[in-house]
Design a protein around this ligand. Structure first.
Ligand code: MG
Length: 369
């Protein structure tokens, strides 16, 4: 299909409460929305790298400029038949995965709409309902965390993820494990530690965690392999895997036992599918992570999570957990205990609410032929 117009929006979305993790604290989420138009049809994509380059080297205002000035013009007027075609057109620009993802995801939404089928089926999903977990950022007190975890356990969540960072570390895992001896838990360090913290990781090894997510530097594979050799608990890589090439190296180096795939971090759904298939072939299980996207980005993560190698409950949360009023419609809601169902409408099933996008918009560009 030929792309005639690309609209790019930078929006700031207020959170119900600050999101606190190893990479830093977020009071609001900055997200880039892209609409691509082909004839009478349009598709939407969303990429959420956060407002500052603290999770990865990319940040929302940079992504907005990158898409508007460099990437969108590369796609105009071309006949693009597949996600691989689109990625090839973007390939002169190195890296910039979140920026590429916004266009890639909009293309997939448009492509599914063109085929009049739900995105989860276009991507190759087998069943529309996926399992999801609960996750909790850094709290003020351990008592507050225990109350939150208890709420999640009572609601029937199949697993709970805990953000973990210096000052909010071993003591929280010990408290949670002793309060809930049978719970499935894992921690996410968001790149805050080094190999010099080996003794702490050895102590964690006795806590029967399902995995330890991204303990070491954001782009590292070698040190993770060294740490994995010392631990029984599997490592899960998030930040370090930005492409299929990095996934292949992580598998070859035995840097991890799991990969958390986020479409934004890896340049979009095209690359997410490739990493999924690579992991399946290598016998490495995956799950889908999130970046606190609006319901549009979350629906695209949901469609991806319907693929068969996503075997651990995914990080897709009901909209109300983060937002008083989600920028996109419809909001994400649970369809059952610890599960969410992807809609059967054409495309990903969600798009920005025009009024709320207008109110949250900081900058916009329209790129046309
Ligand atoms: Mg993570």
């Amino acid at each position: 299909m030929r792309i005639d117009v690309i609209e790019v929006y930078l929006a700031r979305m207020s959170l119900t409460s600050p999101w606190r993790a190893g990479h830093g604290d977020e009071a609001a989420i900055e997200s880039v929305f892209v609409k691509i138009v082909s004839g009478k049809l349009a598709g939407w994509g969303e990429s959420t790298p956060f407002a500052t380059p603290t999770y990865s080297p990319e940040w929302a205002q940079g992504v907005f400029l990158m898409v508007s000035r460099y990437l969108a013009p590369l796609l105009l007027g071309d006949d693009i038949h597949s996600g691989k075609d689109l990625q090839a057109l973007l390939s002169p620009v190195k890296g910039n995965y979140f920026a590429k993802a916004s266009l890639d995801q909009a293309w997939w939404d448009l492509y599914a709409r063109l085929r009049s089928e739900p995105l989860w089926k276009t991507l190759g999903g087998k069943t529309s309902t996926v399992r999801v977990g609960a996750d909790f950022g850094v709290k003020d007190t351990i008592a507050e965390l225990l109350a939150a975890v208890e709420g999640a356990m009572r609601a029937g969540y199949l697993r709970v993820k805990l953000k973990y960072r210096p000052g909010w570390a071993l003591e929280i895992v010990e408290a949670v494990r002793s309060a809930f001896p049978e719970g499935v838990f894992h921690i996410d360090c968001n790149s805050t530690y080094t190999l010099s913290d080996l003794a702490m990781f050895k102590a964690l090894d006795g806590q029967r965690l399902a995995m330890i997510e991204q303990p070491l530097m954001y782009d590292d594979l070698l040190d993770h392999a060294a740490l994995q050799r010392e631990l029984n608990t599997p490592i899960c890589l998030d930040e370090s895997v930005t492409s299929a090439a990095k996934a292949r190296k992580a598998i070859a180096l035995k840097s991890c036992g799991w990969i958390n795939i986020k479409p934004g971090r890896v340049g979009g759904l095209t690359n997410a599918l490739e990493i999924h298939d690579l992991c399946l072939e290598a016998g490495m299980p995956c799950w889908v992570g999130g970046m606190l996207e609006s319901s549009l980005g979350a629906h695209q993560c949901l469609a991806l999570a319907t693929l068969p190698n996503f075997t651990y409950p995914n990080d897709i949360s009901p909209s109300e957990k983060y937002y008083k009023s989600d920028l996109s419609d419809p909001p994400i809601i649970l369809s059952g205990i610890s599960e969410i169902t992807a809609p059967d409408t054409p495309g990903c099933g969600a798009e920005p609410n025009p009024r709320r996008l207008r109110e949250a918009c900081i900058a916009q560009e329209i790129i046309a032929r």
